[in-house]
Write a protein that binds this ligand. Sequence first.
Ligand code: NAP
Length: 237
Amino acid sequence: MSKLGVVFGGSRGIGCAVAQLLAQRGHRVVVVSRNLEAAQTKANSLPGGDHVGISCDVSNEQDVQRAFETITKTCGPVGYLVNSAGINRDALLMRSKSEDMVSVLHTNLLGSMFTCRAALRSMLSKGGAIVNIGSVVGVKGNAGQCVYSASKAGLEGFTRSLARELASRNITVNLVAPGLIRTDMTAGLKEDVEGRRIPLGRFGKPEEVAQAVLFLLETPYVTGQVLLVDGGLQLVM
Ligand SMILES: NC(=O)c1ccc[n+]([C@@H]2O[C@H](COP(=O)([O-])OP(=O)(O)OC[C@H]3O[C@@H](n4cnc5c(N)ncnc54)[C@H](OP(=O)(O)O)[C@@H]3O)[C@@H](O)[C@H]2O)c1
């Protein structure tokens, strides 16, 4: 059955691949990013009709509230929520700027809390599914990524706790933890160097993460799980 899927960070990278796959499966998609033009361009390019692109900064509570008011008023209740909006400001802790720490935590962690809370109102009556995008670094830790890794580890605890809170309402909550995926976020990394330490020998594709996200969205009896999609990277970290 066709559902309304809201994809934060849907204009680029992993979220963009999730939006594409949801649309291919016949779902109506709302693509969300700060850049309105990018969100609308992506929504208009998706297969099927009636997709929508909107602008919202997930780190801003009022902005998220407004976005969900618009979505439910114009598109109806939310069935699927995917939180793929994220940033990194990698640096050793002693060199990290306070404003960067706040931005990373507000976008990656608090932002997903805002979107989940806002989406719940429209999910409570009919049930739904939420997938947050964490990171292998949140599970394993990594030098130079203390703040980013804390934001993703926080998301893991948040996901498991929310899964317990919402199970009785027929809402599943899971986390996909990617390894190194070829997107704008990893554009500065050399795959021929970094890829060598990945057991499967290469970076992942956004589409490969999207498959895992779709599986969790569409599988009603799985909740509170962390699914690593990392080519085996966690085995050697
Ligand atoms: N790529 C990897 O190797 C990798 C690995 C592990 C985890 N992840 C995680 O996967 C998620 C997606 O990463 P990606 O590689 O696809 O990144 P990306 O290509 O840089 O795309 C990020 C997306 O998030 C949106 N975004 C960023 N800040 C936002 C904000 N404050 N409010 C709303 N939207 C915002 C961006 O659009 P605007 O800039 O227009 O807002 C864009 O659509 C992130 O959470 C990232 O931490 C990525």
